[in-house]
Design a protein. Sequence first.
Length: 340
Amino acid sequence: MTFSCINTAHPSPRSPRLLRLHQSDARAIRIELAAGLLASASSIAPKFLYDALGSRLFAAITELPEYYPTRTEAAIFRTHQNAIAAAMGKGCTLVDLGAGNCEKAASLFDALRPTRYVAIDISADYLADALDYLQFRHPALDLLGIGMDFSTAFNLPDEAGVDACVVFYPGSSIGNFTPQAAEVFLRQVRLAAKGGGLLIGVDLNKPSEILEPAYDDTLGVTAAFNRNMLTVANQLLGANFEVADFRHVAYFNRVESRIEMHLEALRDVSICWPDAAAVSSQVSTQESVRQFRAGERIHTENSYKYTPESFAALMRRAGYTRITKWTDADEWFGVFWADG
Ligand SMILES: C[S@@+](CC[C@H](N)C(=O)[O-])C[C@H]1O[C@@H](n2cnc3c(N)ncnc32)[C@H](O)[C@@H]1O
């Protein structure tokens, strides 16, 4: 799966509309980042992995031999596309959550023939490029991009003008939520779909010998993806992280059934930034400071792993009743469809 730039010698017939609902409140973002860093167990939310560079690094991760989720999920879509299309019906409005480069949804267009595609992502500039390219390849398709953060609550903005729709949530991004938060989120998704359905990809439990390299590859691309978060924090918060002072750590926490990613300080460092509550970092006179001892970690991502049964049970708790699942032969990954 490769994302290449649009050839400007052949511009797309029209540029898809992009609603930018994200980053309108820079102060709230600074306060959120500062609160996570200042906590005794320091953390940065995984959504901050995805600036334009982070999105490109993630696309590179999906090409790595160790990163089985993307190709396993794609193989499930390929193998079962007729059954998936039969379950979903053709001609839907497809709402893609965390669309990234939009390639996964695009791979289903032939089978699903959506009348409208609504792509939602926090990484709005990257999404804009992806949608331009998609419109070039599908000139007749009605496309809408929405740059927004759905980590705290999900509802489709009125501007999306969407009635019943199919929500597409691939890539096991649901694993970034705790199971309790995932249940709340999926309940919101079910309401937002207004009687439509949900097609969701979920990573399944497997030995840590397979899981851990997928999040700590030999080339160090995932390490770069994780450490790039420090440059994002520098940009958004005005902090003074030196990327070289932190190393990437990823391991499977068997008790919680989740991969954890952290950034570990290699030496004692003192990180400071202008008071996050100030209206603008330029006018702030106060500084916040967080000392990290060598070996101290910033928790940056969880990726929960489910069994087919435990994820179906979570969907039922979120209110879904009719659930169909497809997996690969090894049950490494699951695709679930629910329309009621
Ligand atoms: C793991 S990637 C998956 C990308 C693509 N859907 C796939 O399956 O390959 C997660 C995507 O969700 C987006 N994302 C992460 N947190 C988000 C949030 N809180 N709100 C909106 N989009 C988010 C990221 O920018 C990224 O494109």
